[in-house]
Design a protein around this ligand. Structure first.
Ligand SMILES: Cc1ncc(COP(=O)(O)O)c(C=O)c1O
Length: 387
């Protein structure tokens, strides 16, 4: 049967029964469209068909959907998950235009705020929890413990909420209030330490880690210990693999700012695994140039510049480290919103500032890729977008 009509609709149970698990929804969509077209024909209505189905695929674009429809090919469509942990990853990539000067390489940004809590940390949190479950280190009834600038805690909060673990988190008032509230919303038991006037100072991480290690000494706890946990690379590796699938050209440089360095190291591994020879460039805030100069300082960029060398940072997995001015990163975050419609956080501003510097050096016919770490909605109550 080539086409379904209102009259032969009764046949579709049999059709769906025969169709495979993957294809039956596409088949259903096609049937629904055919029936809609048939009904419109009978009524003499010049109808437009808008496909809002999540399973649009080449099968449906092929024979059954009117030519004027633009259906994204399979893989670019959203999936339907059975739980919130099924919808991590597969984030879109967008090219920047207005903030990139003429004569520079093309700059692309992978929009990681499309993850459930609006941050790439969801990939890491899910990987840390599921790898621990797989090894048997984390079992039902246990409490997960972590210190966090706020993003990892929010991501762990959502994963623990889905999986039914209790979560005990140590954070500080240097983190955005939105992130602290997000952790509480997911049901985390939150301890907030006082920072030095809302700034990230070298001693802050020591105090966070010290408090977390005390919680982790309690029975039936599992400390995800993000700074030392290579499971995060399992989660971030997929960004590299996705990029190679998404981009229609070679990537010359992938660059990103580092906190734990999990993202940069994981993406580097994924790109290498997929056969890319992209150069990997890492960034840190210029006011705490520990990786580039061995000097720790104070800064206001949440999540990066931890004041010491992150244990996950592996010299074999990056080519160059650069220090970027925090104020340039903040200005770029504002320009990204106002000129590109890309509302992201401060570390994203830093990533794009560094990516554009590299793009200017490389010139046309080259491609630089970085990530939008998280959504700017997490920073609306702070000073980033207050002027
Ligand atoms: C907002 C933000 N940007 C960047 C980073 C750095 O990512 P990574 O720890 O993977 O190096 C983090 C990590 O906490 C973060 O929260």
């Amino acid at each position: 049967m080539d086409r379904y009509t209102a009259d032969n609709l009764a046949n579709w149970n049999a059709v769906v029964g025969k169709a495979g698990c993957n294809s039956h929804r596409h088949r259903l969509l096609g049937i629904a469209l055919d029936v809609a077209r048939d009904t419109a024909d009978r009524l003499g209505v010049d109808a437009r068909f808008v496909v809002s189905d999540l399973y649009a695929s080449p099968l449906t674009t092929g024979s059954m959907i009117p030519q004027r429809q633009q259906i994204p090919p399979m893989g670019e469509t959203m999936r339907v998950g059975t739980s919130m942990t099924d919808v991590v990853g597969n984030t879109p990539v967008v090219q920047l235009h207005k903030v990139v000067p003429n004569g520079a390489a093309d700059v692309f940004v992978k929009l990681e705020w499309f993850n459930p809590t609006g941050s790439y940390k969801d990939r890491m949190a899910l990987a840390m929890i599921e790898e621990a479950e797989r090894r048997g280190d984390l079992r039902p009834g246990m409490t997960v413990v972590e210190y966090t600038g706020g993003s990892t805690g929010s991501s762990l909060g959502y994963v623990c909420a889905v999986k039914g673990y209790k979560l005990k988190v140590v954070s500080s008032d240097a983190s955005a209030e939105e992130k602290l509230r997000t952790m509480r919303a997911f049901g985390a038991d939150l301890t907030v330490l006082k920072s030095d006037g809302g700034m990230v100072t070298p001693d802050l991480h020591d105090r966070l880690i010290d408090q977390a290690s005390k919680f982790a000494a309690e029975p039936d706890t599992y400390w995800t210990d993000q700074l030392n946990n290579a499971d995060s690379l399992v989660g971030y590796r997929t960004i590299g693999l996705e990029l190679l699938e998404q981009m229609d050209r070679p990537i010359d440089v992938f660059c990103a700012a580092v906190g734990t360095a999990g993202l940069a190291m994981g993406v580097s591994a994924g790109l290498a695994e997929g056969g890319s020879d992209a150069r990997i460039v890492i960034f840190e805030p210029a006011s705490t140039p520990f990786i580039t100069k061995g000097e720790a300082g104070t800064h206001g960029v949440e999540g990066i510049g931890i004041g010491f060398r992150p244990p996950l940072l592996d010299e074999r997995r990056y080519d160059e480290a650069r220090a970027i001015d925090e104020s340039d990163g903040r200005a770029m975050a504002r320009r990204l919103a106002a000129e590109e419609g890309l509302l992201a956080g401060i570390s994203t501003g830093l990533n794009v500032t560094g990516a554009i510097d590299i793009a200017k050096e490389l010139g046309p016919e080259h491609t630089v890729v970085t990530v939008a770490v998280d959504t700017g909605l997490k920073y609306l109550a702070g000073d980033l977008f207050s002027t």
